[in-house]
Design a protein around this ligand. Structure first.
Ligand code: FAD
Ligand code: DLZ
Ligand code: SF4
Length: 532
């Protein structure tokens, strides 16, 4: 049995009690969290069925630290229960605490403590959790529990925390594009025979902004009915989490590795070929369009990110998908996903408190209900509440853009994003919210704020057609609120943003407006914000 420390592991806590009864007790207790459902997990790697025990626990503390969307809780509990069965089928002893078990101790530490008291393992083995709050807590578990605790690095990411820190070291500005190129080279992804980028360019983003042509057929995703385990979880969530936001059903998520792999296979065949072209498009009747809808599966460990990347690359090499689609998709996983993960661990815990633009407006109630007369927000938030999912442009250019322009407080906005999406874990959600959507980090992650007027939404979607507002008007009762808010945002933050070279053009345009026009725009925005 491999009892040595895994690479990047930490050992702390007291020595095992000398009188510990050997033989009946597991050599180690290994905790698996709800987003660690990978057979290759560091803490499972050297586990021996006859000697080690595995612990998984559904606990109120994790289910309520933000009011998670009902489908997110159901997805995680159902996937945890299926994963426990998968491990049992491999011969492991899995101690699984369901949320409604009478002796459930309510938190991860309390559950671990209860099992240590009962099983008396020689040591506890953990994989680093993906969120700072739990990572910070776990580093004190050795002392709290009085047995040796080994905390192993989570090597399911393609760039470790240390490796990202080394890449970032000494750089005045971090930019995803350069990180992404380095990752392509390091992992030999989409390279030509000379080691350069396939097709001669690293990035085909400029080909990925097409508006949807009328009548374009969008493939419909297969649905399957929940099995017995999932049905039981849905009943539990219905009873215990009815006050949490979002609809519980229809529940369309896969909850097993096989189900997630089927979703990947469907995406590669039916949606990836068009993913690139319509990546930035939005349509009222087609909330998923050609997106992968795989992020929850990758984030909780049902899909391995490199396997997804290799599968997309293989589709390109087989001539079944164009390069702009394969490259655009791979960039999201090998580039953005790893980049935000690196930034999170580099910048935490200070990152969560960042508020560069001193935004302080409370979160409007309609974030929880979708009841607003701005149709784009009604659609994007409505999709979110119905599916625990919205695609990237809805999250960034509709909801995030609105939060940025309206000056909503970053802490309130980020708590909402963390609660409401099935794929939301702080390591990925926080940099996307504070960094990409709200510019709360002052540009650590993105080179400029993603601020846009109603014109952008009009160009990329069909939302404006059924809106009570007009994207072509900037002032007056029918004017699209995004328009005045956009100019007001630039004016309000002129001292912090005017020097940004990527904002030179809009600031020049603002300067050309007459003082009367500027005042009218600012009054229009102020009146809207007052009503908000
Ligand atoms: P696709 O668009 O099909 O992309 C493929 C994959 O690339 C995704 O499955 C995901 O794993 C990865 N990916 C794409 N964009 C990003 C990104 N910006 N950061 C990290 N990974 C990315 N993603 C999350 O996984 N969890 C979150 O909590 C989350 N919060 C977000 C909050 C805001 C404000 C914004 C703007 C984006 C957020 N994202 C988050 C990123 C992105 O919107 C989702 O990953 C994507 O919408 C997931 O849908 P998909 O699988 O259909 O992705
Ligand atoms: C998100 C979540 C929820 C809702 N419930 C549990 C749970 O009951 N037990 C568990 O082990 N994990 C859960 N998770 C996932 C954890 O919150 C996640 O592992 C940490 O936030 C670290 O990313
Ligand atoms: Fe949104 Fe403005 Fe278009 Fe209405 S007109 S859908 S508020 S962008």
């Amino acid at each position: 049995m491999g009892q040595g420390l895994g690479s990047g592991a930490l050992l702390f806590g007291g020595l095992p009690a000398a009188a510990r009864r050997r033989g009946m007790n597991p050599a180690s207790l290994r905790l698996v969290l709800g987003d660690q459902l990978s057979p290759s997990l560091a803490s499972l790697r050297d586990a021996v069925p006859e000697q080690d025990a595995i612990l998984m626990a559904e606990v109120m503390s994790e289910a309520t630290y933000v009011p998670h969307h009902q489908q997110k809780i159901a997805l995680i509990f159902a996937a945890m229960r299926h994963f426990a069965d998968e491990l049992r089928a491999r011969g492991f002893t899995v101690h699984y605490t369901t949320l409604d078990a009478p002796d459930n101790a309510g938190s991860l530490l309390a559950e671990v403590g209860r099992h240590i008291a009962a099983l008396e393992p020689a040591r506890l083995i953990l994989t680093e959790p993906a969120e700072w709050r739990l990572d910070h807590e776990m580093r004190g578990w050795g002392e709290a529990l009085g047995i040796p605790v080994e905390l192993r690095a989570d090597d399911r990411f393609l760039c470790s925390r240390a490796s990202f820190a080394a890449w970032a070291d000494g750089k005045r500005q971090l930019r995803m594009e350069f990180f992404y190129r380095a990752m392509r080279k390091r992992h030999h992804v989409l390279l030509d025979t000379e080691g350069g980028p396939e097709g001669g360019q690293w990035n085909y983003d400029s080909e990925n902004r097409k508006a949807l042509p009328p009548g374009l057929a969008v493939p419909q995703r297969p649905q399957s009915a929940p099995d017995q385990i999932t049905a039981e979880v849905l009943q539990l969530v219905r009873q215990r989490f009815a006050a949490h936001p979002g609809a519980l059903e229809p529940f369309a998520w896969a909850v097993t590795r096989a189900g997630a792999e089927a979703a990947l296979a469907w995406f590669l065949r039916h949606a990836l070929p068009r993913f690139g072209d319509y990546q930035d498009a939005m349509a009222e009747t087609e909330p998923l369009l050609f997106h992968a809808v795989l992020s929850p599966y990758i984030n909780i460990g049902l899909l391995d990110p490199m396997a997804v990347i290799r599968a997309a690359e293989a589709e390109y090499r087989a001539g079944r998908v164009p390069l702009n689609a394969a490259e655009g998709f791979i960039r999201q996983i090998l580039g953005w996903r790893e980049y935000v993960h690196g930034i999170y661990w580099l910048e935490m815990p200070a990152y969560g408190a960042s508020n560069f633009l001193a935004a302080d407006h409370p979160l409007p109630e309609f974030f929880w209900t979708a009841e607003t007369d701005l149709n784009c927000l009604r659609q994007a938030i409505g999709n979110t509440l119905r599916q625990a999912y919205a695609h990237h442009i809805q999250r960034l250019m509709v909801i995030g853009n609105f939060a940025l322009l309206a000056g909503l407080a970053p802490q309130a906005v980020q708590a909402w994003y963390l609660a409401i999406y099935a794929d939301a874990f702080e390591w990925v959600e926080l940099p996307n919210t504070h960094g990409m959507a709200l510019f709360a980090d002052g540009g650590r992650m993105a080179s400029k704020p993603y601020a846009a007027s109603g014109k952008y939404i009009q160009r990329q979607s069909d939302y404006c057609r059924r809106c009570r507002y007009d994207p072509n008007q900037v002032t007056g009762p029918a004017a699209c609120p995004f328009n005045a808010l956009y100019w007001d945002f630039l004016a309000r933050h002129q001292n912090k943003l005017a020097a940004n070279p990527r904002l030179t053009m809009p600031y020049r345009t603002w300067a050309r407006f007459s003082p009367e026009r500027q005042e009218a725009l600012r009054e229009q925005a102020a009146a809207f914000l007052k009503r908000l």
